[in-house]
Design a protein around this ligand. Structure first.
Ligand SMILES: Nc1ncnc2c1ncn2[C@@H]1O[C@H](COP(=O)(O)OP(=O)(O)OP(=O)(O)O)[C@@H](O)[C@H]1O
Length: 257
């Protein structure tokens, strides 16, 4: 589904992947991947468990090196960067973990302040307070400022996790299974939030999921990863209109769940 609310700039690539290969010994995980994510675009990567979605993300953030291919993020060729350059690039990438990854011993305010204080030493107390309140407001949880993560629902923890990445004003958002473990209503709210983040912060995003509703609601384009390659890339409808047996079987299996 084309999401017209997003201001996509097709002249600017946030992520560009060409001919990417990655194997672990005899296990050939990525076998010639090409993908572009434009500025302001949400691209959903769909694929079965174990097809290399996490490997792809790790290559994007420089945690794994490709065997072959060119991977550019915000114009930088990731595997050519030194550690300092990589750290600088990662500051522009927000990673929303499947688990939310909040610090349980810190309240919501401290969880949100933490990345700011770690990365920017000269911020005034007022600047920190304003940033915390802005992102909490963006995820609709301003009233949870002083709560502990253990007192929040799973959906609220996901929202705070997203707020914590937003506080560094990332240009790119990577969402790893954002709706996994959530009930349908909470999943709906997270899908809406992903779109709101896109609209408010004009981020470019990769959303990894096998939740077809999440894909349909958040995608500008879908890239279907099967057997180590993107077998089809296009709008949600374009991908699932394809009669490729593997795509139809993925749809039928995941639709029933
Ligand atoms: N560092 C590694 N060393 C060896 N094998 C690895 C390594 N990282 C990933 N793999 C293998 O690569 C394959 C793809 O793993 P990956 O974690 O990317 O799958 P995925 O698509 O993210 O799956 P899921 O949806 O279950 O998280 C798996 O078979 C995995 O065991």
């Amino acid at each position: 589904m084309e999401n017209n609310a997003h201001k996509i700039d097709y002249n600017e690539k946030a992520i560009s992947i060409k001919g990417l290969y990655k194997s672990f010994g005899e296990l050939h995980v990525l076998k010639g991947i090409d993908l572009e994510v434009h500025k302001g675009e949400n691209v959903v990567v769909l694929g079965k468990s174990g097809t290399g979605k996490s490997v792809l993300i790790k290559i994007l953030v420089g945690l794994l090196k490709p065997d072959a291919g060119v991977v550019q993020v915000l114009g930088k060729e990731v595997d050519k960067l030194n550690q300092k350059e990589l750290d600088a690039l990662r500051l522009h990438i927000g990673f929303a973990f499947q688990s939310s990854a909040l610090y349980d011993s810190m309240d919501v305010r401290q969880n949100l302040e933490f990345p700011l204080l770690m990365n920017f030493k000269n911020l005034s107390k007022a600047e920190v307070k304003d940033s915390v309140e802005e992102v909490l407001d963006a995820v609709g949880l301003i009233d949870k400022l002083n709560q502990m993560p253990s007192d929040l629902s799973g959906g609220q923890r996901k929202r705070i996790g997203i707020a914590r990445t937003l506080i560094l004003k990332p240009k790119i958002m990577l969402y790893d299974e954002p709706t996994s473990g959530l009930d349908p209503i909470t999943s709906f709210e997270i899908n809406e939030l992903i779109n709101e983040v896109q609209e408010k912060y004009n981020t470019s995003s990769i959303i990894i999921t096998h939740d077809l509703t999440c894909a349909k609601e958040t995608c500008d384009r879908v890239a279907m990863l099967l057997d180590g390659t993107f077998v089809k890339t296009g709008t949600f409808e374009e991908v699932f209109e394809d009669q490729d047996e593997r795509i139809q079987s993925f749809y039928n299996y995941n639709f029933i769940k």
